[in-house]
Design a protein around this ligand. Structure first.
Ligand SMILES: [Zn+2]
Length: 559
């Protein structure tokens, strides 16, 4: 998760007021924004022929951390399948890191560099369908993250006893900030070996399972971690410190899930208590709503980090200081948000949305953040009831800016508005309200996880799936809330002597069923369109009609 928006929204909550009917962004404005992007952004964000020509199958990343020098050196082996004939391909490595050599069948390959991309030329055509491999050797001083996880790079800190404490975080900016890879969200390896060498006495905790620890006899120790599942690049992590371990297990939908916890010695007692009260309730809630934990083979882990947190697959980074809420703060302001540890719940929610299902383009980061932010409401519901979940969800609205669309700009590695967190969560609760069948909604959420199991997905795949399975016309709803910054406004007015309603919205042919009641009675659906139509509810007047504002986040106008 990228916390910059979260932090911003934490500070702006006091300034927040309901904002409706702001002008929608025009196509001309969008084009203007687009033109600001550089060729470097395109190299980073677009799927050029030099990237789609190979499908990455496996990495073996082998890196030594020289903590005194704040330097790294090592190699990454790329195993791939050619998807077409080619002689040249692109991989990515930040320009401040050296490419020492690229080795193919024992020989070095020529390469060129532009911005953060590297172009390698092979001595002969790599033919479509063939499986092949090359290894990149690299070294240098990686970008130091000053405000991880909000910026990205490597964090070099010391623990309270003065021992080194090092971690990586690179969501958004990209994993090529510290290791060479095909840095595009659409392509994930099927499995990966992560070998991290650290000064003797320290430990590395990475993703997957620890296979081997080797004393390298040069005052370094190497830790080999194997990830048995597809993993996106930004989830690959090194966490280096004077860690101690404790463990537990959970009998879940797929049997016994191992739980491994790595914390600093000084944190051990606090961690035991905080993890025991949060992790199993989280797993119970999310397996119920989303299906089995997606990475039983790799286990579930929490690793204490010198930054706040990140959804590092099967090795969730944890830095919430063993407090409930978000660093002790209830993001919803309702009282429901400080009964549980925000970072454990939110970051673990990403195992289902972000890690199991990964958006193909950073513009669709809402697939990670909207569903995960929504998962918080379901966690609250699972523990304290549906009403509590709805109240928590409504409380998140104070963090919404309505400043720009939630969907970002495609092909330039540009995410959309931070509204992807709270507004996305609110949208999903509204969609559930419209579907009006909680078991169907649960099956849709579980179906997303099983249908797109361990895959990268697009906007259309996710939205069309929900639309089809719901049996409702939800495309305009997703369109309005994800592509436009403005809320749809429900207008009531008397026309021809009768109460009528319509939507004012940007999305083409916008329509959305909405729950209304008369004189505090039972809520019933009306289905306004953008044309005024009569409200077919007995005795409805402009004065006595009321919208279900617990579940609907819309503008309201009575003329
Ligand atoms: Zn997140």
């Amino acid at each position: 998760m990228n916390y910059s928006q979260l932090i911003k929204r934490t500070y702006k909550i006091a300034l927040f007021a309901a904002v409706v009917c702001l002008p929608a962004i025009s196509r001309a404005q969008l084009l203007e924004i687009k033109e600001k992007y550089t060729h470097a952004d395109t190299l980073r964000g677009a799927l050029s022929p030099l990237r789609i020509c190979y499908d990455i199958n496996y990495y073996h990343l082998d890196v030594k951390f020289n903590i005194d020098q704040k330097a790294i050196s090592g190699s990454n082996q790329f195993k791939f399948t050619a998807t077409q004939d080619f002689t040249k391909l692109q991989f990515d490595l930040f320009a401040n890191l050296n490419v020492d050599k690229v080795v193919y069948k024992g020989k070095t390959l020529p390469y060129t560099r532009e911005a953060n991309a590297v172009f390698v030329t092979f001595p002969q055509t790599i033919t479509k369908g063939s499986k092949d491999e090359f290894t990149v050797y690299y070294s240098g001083n990686p970008t130091i993250a000053k405000h991880a996880p909000w910026d990205g790079g490597v964090v070099f800190k010391k623990d309270s006893l003065g021992k080194p404490w090092v971690a990586t975080a690179c969501e958004g900016v990209g994993a090529s900030i510290w290791w060479p890879n095909k840095d595009h969200l659409s392509d994930e390896v099927d499995s990966m070996m992560i070998s991290i060498s650290v000064p003797k006495g320290l430990k590395d905790v990475s993703n997957g399972r620890l296979r081997k620890v080797t004393d390298l006899k040069n005052s370094y120790t190497r830790f080999d971690w194997f990830v048995a599942n597809p993993i996106n690049n930004y989830d690959v992590a090194a966490n280096i410190g004077d860690y101690v371990h404790f463990g537990d297990s959970y009998m879940g939908e797929k049997g016994k899930l191992t739980m491994d916890y790595w914390v600093l010695p000084a944190s051990l007692e606090k961690a035991k208590k905080q993890f025991a009260t949060n992790v199993k309730p989280m797993l119970k809630a999310f397996e119920h709503w989303f299906g089995p934990y997606p990475f039983y083979e790799d286990g579930y882990k929490l690793v204490e980090t010198p930054h706040l947190g990140m959804e590092h697959q099967s090795a969730t980074a944890y830095g919430n200081h063993f407090l409930n809420g978000y660093l002790g703060y209830d993001m919803s302001g309702t009282g429901w948000g400080d009964k549980w540890d925000y970072i454990i719940v939110h970051e673990s929610g990403h195992e289902w949305f972000g890690n199991n299902i990964t958006g193909k383009d950073l513009a669709d980061m809402w697939i990670h953040e909207s569903f995960t932010c929504y998962s918080e409401s379901l966690f609250v519901e699972d523990n304290w009831g549906k009403k509590a979940g709805q109240e928590y969800n409504k409380g998140l609205r104070k963090g919404i800016s309505n400043d720009s669309p939630i969907v970002g700009v495609y092909n330039v590695n540009k995410e959309g508005s931070g509204d992807m967190y709270p507004k996305g969560a609110v949208l999903l609760n509204m969609v559930r309200t419209i579907i009006n069948d909680d078991e169907k909604w649960r099956n849709i959420l579980r179906g997303l996880g099983s249908t797109f199991y361990h895959q990268t997905v697009s906007y259309d795949q996710v939205v069309n799936y929900i639309n089809e399975k719901s049996g409702k016309n939800l495309l305009p709803v997703f369109d309005q809330y994800l592509h436009y910054k403005t809320l749809p406004t429900l207008e009531f007015g008397v026309r021809d002597g009768k109460l009528q309603s319509r939507w004012i919205a940007d999305a083409k042919n916008f329509t959305m069923p909405v729950l209304v009641r008369i004189n505090g009675g039972e809520y019933k659906f009306i289905i306004p369109t953008t044309q005024f139509t009569p409200v077919e509810l007995e005795a409805a007047t402009k004065e006595n009609i009321e919208v279900d504002t617990l579940n609907y986040y819309v503008g309201l106008l009575k003329d």
